[in-house]
Design a protein around this ligand. Structure first.
Ligand SMILES: [Zn+2]
Length: 273
């Protein structure tokens, strides 16, 4: 659990999640784990009062140090984007890294009260920022998003968004849930807006926190119902029904998009047996 009243000494051995700008600090050699004692992180010592415990990994505390926009230039360490960590580490480690980044971002963006403009302070019994003047309290932002794999007999719908064009990646349909909407309504609306088709037989699959920057992806499987594909041209540039034996470049299985695609492939294979 997230804790803020923690005692740090020179000897404190931990796995450190140090952020500078939108990058995470990792060792240049071996692994993504920045595992060391606090005394070895001299460049971060000015941030000692702001350390937050995010969780534990391999029986060691995971501690967040957010250095804001301060740049770090250490010979043995490198700054990398969270996405590159995603491709090369375990689920659990990525989960903690993701949580650290979201907490860092939350504290950075809630220094002042949205209601009266006064300075906000971290409360020490839960992860929240509170205005000491008007008592307005904020919690880390979580934005619900739906993501859906759509099956049409033995094919799956894959689409390419603007951001995926440079990597020539295809994925499934996803989008933010709007105020007042159920998850299922969001699925129907997003699919129709982005690719112009109707879906049916929605089945909840699983969820995944997605720290780019603070989404909670809620995954669904669905069947095609009606209408021809018509991309919106804004968010989605191209889309089509793909045969599972001729899939384009798709997201890794660590992401829920990758898992939903895999599940759809499995279901298609089982039904053709
Ligand atoms: Zn206030």
């Amino acid at each position: 659990m997230i804790e803020q009243n923690i005692t740090i000494s020179h000897e404190t051995l931990a796995i450190w999640f140090v952020f500078s700008g939108d990058k995470m600090l990792i060792p240049k050699e071996n692994s993504h784990l920045l595992k060391c004692r606090w005394q070895n992180l001299a460049f971060a010592h000015a941030y000692k009062q702001q350390i937050v415990k995010i969780g534990s990994y391999k029986e060691l505390p995971c501690l967040l140090v957010d250095m804001g926009n301060e740049t770090i230039d250490e010979e043995d360490l490198a700054l990398v984007g969270l996405r590159s960590v995603l491709n090369e580490c375990s689920d659990t480690f990525f989960g903690i890294a993701a949580r650290s980044w979201q907490v860092a971002l939350f504290i950075r963006t809630h220094r002042f009260c949205g209601q009266c403009g006064s300075k906000m302070q971290q409360v020490d019994w839960e992860m929240a920022m509170q205005c000491m003047r008007c008592s307005h309290r904020c919690y880390p932002r979580i934005s619900p998003c739906i993501i859906v794999a759509i099956r049409n007999k033995d094919k799956i719908l894959l689409a390419q968004g603007k951001s995926q064009q440079s990597r020539n990646m295809y994925s499934i349909i996803a989008g933010f849930v709007e105020s007042g909407e159920t998850l299922e309504q969001a699925v129907h609306r997003e699919v129709f807006e982005e690719v112009g088709i109707k879906v049916k037989n929605l089945k909840y699959f699983a969820s995944q926190p997605w720290p780019f920057p603070h989404a909670l992806m809620m995954g669904y499987l669905a069947d095609f119902d009606s209408c021809d594909i018509q991309v919106d041209g804004k968010e989605i540039l191209r889309a089509g029904w793909f045969d599972i034996s001729e899939l384009p470049n798709i997201p890794p299985k660590l992401s829920i998009a990758g898992q939903l695609i895999e599940q759809t492939i499995t279901e298609i294979q089982q039904s053709s047996c």
